[in-house]
Write a protein that binds this ligand. Structure first.
Ligand code: HAM
Length: 410
């Protein structure tokens, strides 16, 4: 019953998003290819290798969204959401990447994302991270989620650092693998992200971006750390965390887990993208920060922790035509008066034994029985299926009231 887990986490996301005053935004699954090229960056893995791109009948290049941030910004701009405004938004839905499928990595996967626009100060960075922490809390998987943070500084700071890094990598060219040699010119910071064990020493010795940041950038990062400490959210600073999408600047973070294997360890990732709104046509600079978490990975964690099964409260066992008619109408009365009660009616007939078996399998706590004797007396018999109470009979007129008391006691 996988769908139970999906509903469970989706409900938790919606609840937490509402607690923090975030509004849902819905935007298309298909966008013009250029949107992703411009925002995510031409030299990234996502754009270079992973997009599902096709020409439509008019010869226009379209792409199935590989992530949500670009579409969220495009839609927000189109509807004038950002001009001199603060927006706190969330979304949920399928994303598509042509990656090598394996456990925890799929070609169609699902993200829950949150994006906050119009706030430049690190308090919103802390809020965004705290939301993810609360989601882990709600799902009872907090101990499996480890927060790593880093800062990428401003674009200008990165440009000068890139040169330093490029010089360093160039001077160790013979130690670089094929991928890293390719990235050396297009995206040298991604070399730091390499998982190749033979390159880890080289990466460890590489110059740190942190040593090339301005006071303002460092201050932002320090304030974020102070907020997180005040919130009781523990974190590791990982100077090698660079993220695979080009729009990031300043704060970046990832929640990782040791429960899902080495390559699929990120359950939630995000960061600041203060230039993206302007890049995509905004009239002013709109600072922004957000994250997306992978539902499949979160659900995989949850499944290890929790066993969910469908629940119903009562099951109607009905013998004979008259009982079936009466049972259907009792069930409707119950649903009208007690909307939280889950009522299953035996449909499709069957003998007493079969119906009891079905009642048991349904997980119901109570079986409500209508057969000849009950009909004659105007009664309903009630049997507790999980506890050893004796079977009782009550007047049909009192059934709803009896169930209401039972529900209150629960
Ligand atoms: P991302 O790191 O590319 O960031 O993806 C976010 C999360 O989606 C990952 O941490 C992972 O849990 C999940 N994920 C990614 N690829 C797959 C896959 N193939 N199969 C299963 N799960 C996957 C973004 O997408 C940014 N838009 C996040 C963001 C929002 N940054 C700012 N705002």
């Amino acid at each position: 019953m996988q769908s139970l887990y999906w509903q469970y986490v989706e409900d938790a996301f919606r609840r937490v998003a509402a607690q923090y005053g975030y509004q849902e935004i819905r935007f298309p699954i298909v966008e013009q290819t250029n949107l992703f090229k411009r925002s995510i960056g031409e030299a990234t893995d996502v754009v270079e290798k992973e997009m599902y791109t096709f020409d439509d009948r008019d010869g226009e290049s379209l792409t199935l969204r590989p992530e949500g941030t670009a579409g969220c910004v495009r839609a927000g701009l189109e509807h004038g959401l950002f001009h001199n405004q603060i927006q706190r938004l969330w979304y949920m839905g399928p994303m598509f990447r042509h990656e090598r499928p394996q456990k925890g990595r799929y070609r169609q996967f699902h993200q829950f994302g949150m994006e906050a626009f119009g706030i430049a100060t690190p308090d919103i960075d802390a809020e965004i991270i705290a939301i993810a922490a609360r989601i882990w809390q709600e799902l009872d998987i907090r101990e499996h989620a480890i927060l790593q943070i880093n800062t990428l500084g401003t674009l200008e700071e990165r440009v000068s650092y890139r040169q330093v890094l490029k010089d360093y990598l160039q001077s160790h060219y013979e130690q670089l693998d094929e991928d890293s040699r390719r990235r050396l010119n297009s995206n040298p910071m991604r070399v730091l992200d390499s998982k190749n064990p033979h390159m880890q020493n080289l990466i460890k010795e590489a110059p740190h971006l942190l040593d090339h940041l301005s006071d303002a950038s460092l201050h932002h990062f320090e304030r974020l750390q102070a907020f997180l400490t005040a919130l009781g959210i523990s974190f590791e600073v990982n100077p090698r965390l660079v993220r695979g999408l080009d729009y990031y600047c300043s704060t970046v973070f990832e929640w990782v887990t040791d429960q899902l294997g080495a390559t699929q360890n990120a359950i939630c990732s995000g960061g600041r993208y203060d230039s993206l709104v302007e890049l995509l046509g905004g009239k002013q600079r709109v600072p922004a920060i957000g994250f997306a978490l992978g539902l499949e990975r979160v659900i995989a964690l949850l499944e290890k922790k929790k066993s969910l099964s469908p629940t119903v409260d009562v099951y109607f066992i009905l013998l004979g035509d008259e009982a079936e008619a009466k049972g259907l109408s009792y069930a409707e009365q119950i649903r009208s008066v007690l909307p939280d009660m889950k009522v299953l009616v035996n449909c499709g007939g069957g003998g007493f034994k079969i119906q009891f078996k079905r009642a048991d399998k349904s997980g119901a706590r109570l079986a409500l029985i209508l057969a000849e004797d009950e009909l004659r007396a105007g009664n309903v018999s009630i049997k507790h299926l999980r506890e050893g109470h004796p079977q009782i009979s009550i007047s049909g007129d009192k059934l709803v009231e009896w169930l209401k008391n039972e529900l209150d006691e629960k």
